[in-house]
Design a protein around this ligand. Structure first.
Ligand SMILES: *Cc1c(COP(=O)(O)O)cnc(C)c1O
Length: 357
C-alpha cells in the first residue's frame, strides 16, 4: 500500500515528538526525562517513537507490559526499559534475559526479584489504588529492611491522580505522601511527574519525569494554550459526493435531515478505524483549512460530511481529520473522551508515514 492507493494516511512527525521531548527536558531541569511508549507509543508506533527518542538522547523508557518491552528492546539498546505493570510470577527470567527493569509494587514482587542482582523501580501508591506498595506494605518494609536486601533500587516512583487539574486537592497531598514514603525507604532517586505533572511546579520535579501524552502533542495544560507541538495528521479520502434535496436523511437511523439542498461527502473512515461513533453528529473535518461538519452517524467504514459550503470537494480529495486544524484534544472534546483515547484508538487500516524532519 502506498499513499497513492491508500484510503487514509496517518503521518507521524517524529521530529516533533523529539522536539517535544527536548522542550520537556527544559521544563524539568531537576532530572532526566523518560519517554513513555506504552500503548504502542500512544497509538503512533512504539518502535519508531522509541528509536527517534533514543537517537535524540533519551535513555529511559516505560511500557505497560512485558510483551511491549520485548517488542522495542532492540530499538533502544542499553537504555533503561521499565515495565510499569509489575512482575508477573514466572516472567522473572525474561526480564533478566532482556535487561528489562521491573516496576515492583508489592512485597511478593520484591521477594521474587531480590537477589537477581538487577535493578528495579519501586512503585509506591500515593492515591491511585491500582498498583504500587500501599501504606501497610511500606510499613512492613520500613520495619524489616532485610526484605530489601539484594535489591538495587534505581528509582522510587509514584503516579499522579489528577495532574491535569492543577487545583485538585490531591496535587497538594500526593507530593507529601511521596516524600513520606521515600523517607521510609533506603535513599534512592525519585520519579513522580507524568506530562501534566511537569507543569505543576517544583513540588513535582524529581530525578526522572515520565511524560507520555505531551510527547505526542496532547495538551498537558488543559484550558490553557497547548505548549507542545502537534505530531499527527490523519487525512482520509472522499469516496463520493452527492447532492441531496431538503428533507433527505443521511446515514443509519436517519439522524440527520438536510435543512436545505446539500452536498454530502462520504469519506473513507469509520469506527473500525478508531474514529469514535460518539462523534456522530458532533465531529468535523477540514478541507483546505475550512471546517466541514460531520453529519449523521459514523458507521464502520464510512463517515459523512456536509460540504455544501465547500464546492471544491470532489471524489478523491483528502479531508483532514486530525492535524494542524484539528488536534487530538479537539476531536476528544467532540467525542466526550480525552486525547489519549483518540490517539490510542487510531486504527490499523491507515497507511502510516513517519517523518523525521
Ligand atoms: C501512562 C503513565 C505515565 C505517562 O502519563 P502521561 O499523562 O501520558 O504523561 C506516567 N507514569 C505512569 C505510571 C503511567 O501509567
Amino acid at each position: 500500500m502506498s499513499s497513492d492507493t491508500a484510503q487514509a494516511v496517518l503521518e507521524v512527525d517524529l521530529g516533533a515528538i523529539t522536539a517535544n521531548w527536548q522542550a520537556l527536558r527544559i521544563r524539568h531541569p531537576s532530572g532526566s526525562v523518560a519517554g513513555v511508549i506504552k500503548g504502542d507509543g500512544y497509538g503512533l508506533g512504539a518502535r519508531q517513537v522509541a528509536a527517534a527518542l533514543h537517537a535524540a538522547g533519551c535513555r529511559h523508557f516505560f511500557v505497560a507490559y512485558l510483551d511491549e518491552a520485548l517488542a522495542v528492546r532492540d530499538a533502544v539498546p542499553s537504555a533503561m526499559l521499565a515495565v510499569l505493570g509489575g512482575l508477573i510470577p514466572g516472567t522473572e527470567d525474561a526480564y533478566v534475559a532482556h535487561d528489562l527493569t521491573p516496576v515492583l509494587g508489592s512485597l511478593d514482587e520484591i521477594a521474587r526479584w531480590r537477589g537477581r542482582g538487577r535493578e528495579a523501580i519501586l512503585h509506591v501508591d500515593t492515591g491511585m489504588s491500582r498498583l504500587g506498595l500501599d501504606a501497610r506494605e511500606l510499613a512492613v518494609l520500613a520495619h524489616d529492611r532485610a526484605r530489601l536486601d539484594g535489591l538495587a533500587i534505581r528509582y522510587v516512583m509514584s503516579h499522579l491522580v489528577a495532574s491535569e487539574m492543577p487545583d485538585d486537592p490531591l496535587n497538594q497531598i500526593q507530593p507529601q505522601r511521596f516524600a513520606a514514603a521515600r523517607a521510609m525507604l533506603p535513599p534512592a532517586q525519585g520519579s513522580l511527574a507524568n506530562s501534566s505533572g511537569i507543569f505543576l511546579g517544583s513540588a513535582f520535579t524529581s530525578d526522572l519525569a515520565r511524560p507520555g501524552a505531551a510527547l505526542y502533542g496532547v495538551n498537558p495544560t488543559p484550558g490553557r494554550p497547548n505548549p507542545m507541538r502537534g505530531v499527527v495528521r490523519l487525512s482520509v479520502r472522499v469516496l463520493a459526493v452527492r447532492d441531496v434535496p431538503t428533507g433527505a436523511t443521511v446515514g443509519y437511523n436517519a439522524t440527520w435531515t438536510a435543512p436545505r439542498p446539500s452536498r454530502i461527502a462520504t469519506a473513507a473512515l469509520g469506527y473500525a478505524d478508531g474514529f469514535h461513533r460518539a462523534l456522530s453528529g458532533r465531529g468535523s473535518a477540514c478541507f483546505d483549512g475550512t471546517p466541514v461538519p460531520l453529519v449523521g452517524r459514523v458507521s464502520m467504514d464510512l463517515t459523512t460530511f456536509d460540504v455544501t459550503d465547500c464546492p471544491a470537494v470532489q471524489p478523491g480529495c483528502w479531508l483532514e481529520v486530525l492535524g494542524p486544524h484539528l488536534s487530538p484534544d479537539d476531536v476528544a472534546a467532540a467525542a466526550g473522551t480525552n486525547g489519549y483515547e483518540v490517539l490510542t484508538s487510531l486504527g490499523r487500516r491507515f497507511h502510516r508515514v513517519y517523518r523525521t524532519a
